[in-house]
Design a protein around this ligand. Structure first.
Ligand code: MG
Length: 262
């Protein structure tokens, strides 16, 4: 069949369009990695507090922040300690805090509380997070999300109990704002070959208020706000707590301990 002039024109337009779009890839947006289904089923939790076992390293027992430093400059951590509770500082520039000690594989217990008078919506409602390995400044690392997800719609891979933008929690056992909540975490760090390539990925198990929400979940890399996850080699790393900088009242922590897994 002979080429008709209009077919040739259509082909030319197609080729031009394809080459133009090849030259100008769309910039990644944070919405690209936010999903809204499946919505984790709501489960009412039981009692879940736990005193540290005899071989635990106590990271916060209500008294001081001796085990913590400011992420940005490693100066003494400046969050507020009062009434046996640790609260995120709203002072400008205070930022994230992280443990002085670094860890590889471990079991972690941490309790957190969203303020009863929390305001805001979506990701700006009690946002914090536990970075299971802090591999750099800011929000670099692997985040187990903290958020008020009792009755607060957001993307499901960003609600409380999610591995941020990677792992949707298997259930939603959130308590009301003002009540204490518990994460028990088993972190198996990624391992790397001598040339920096990935040998084995990170795996995480998370029990949230006594309910399994991450079951030996395999991570795709660091948890990013924009773009696709990737691994950056590290050996041991601090555990980091996030100051998200929301306008609402800041969240609090208590009873933080860790057991290293050899
Ligand atoms: Mg967060």
């Amino acid at each position: 069949m002979r080429n008709h002039p209009s077919n040739l024109l259509a082909c030319t337009v197609l080729i031009l369009t394809a080459s133009l779009s090849a030259q100008q890839p769309a910039a990644p947006k944070h919405q690209d990695t936010e999903v809204y289904e499946p919505v984790p089923p709501i489960v009412t939790p039981g009692v879940t507090d736990a005193a540290p076992p005899s071989d635990a390293i106590v990271l916060f027992d209500g008294k001081n922040l001796d085990q913590w430093v400011s992420t940005k400059d490693k100066s003494p951590a400046k969050w507020t300690v009062a009434d046996d509770i640790l609260t995120v500082s709203k002072a400008p520039g205070t930022g994230n805090i992280e443990t002085k000690k670094t860890f590889k594989n471990y079991q972690l217990h941490i309790e957190w509380r969203i303020p009863e008078n929390i305001t805001g919506t979506d990701q700006a409602r009690g946002n914090s997070g536990v970075f299971l390995a802090s591999t750099g400044p800011g929000d670099d690392g692997y985040e187990l999300q903290i958020l008020d997800s009792y009755n607060n719609k957001t993307y499901v891979n960003g609600q409380a109990g999610s591995i941020y933008k990677q792992g949707i929690p298997l259930a939603n056992p959130n308590r009301k704002p003002g009540e204490w909540q518990t994460y028990n975490v088993i972190w198996n760090a990624p391992t790397f070959n001598s040339d920096g390539t990935l040998k084995t990925p990170a795996y995480v198990t998370v029990v949230f208020n006594g309910v399994l929400v991450q079951n030996h979940f395999e991570l795709k890399g660091q948890t990013l706000y924009v773009g696709q996850p990737f691994y950056k080699p590290y050996d041991t790393a601090p555990i980091k707590l996030q100051a998200h900088g929301d306008k609402s009242e800041p969240i609090s922590f208590r009873n933080i301990w860790v057991r290293e897994l050899k």
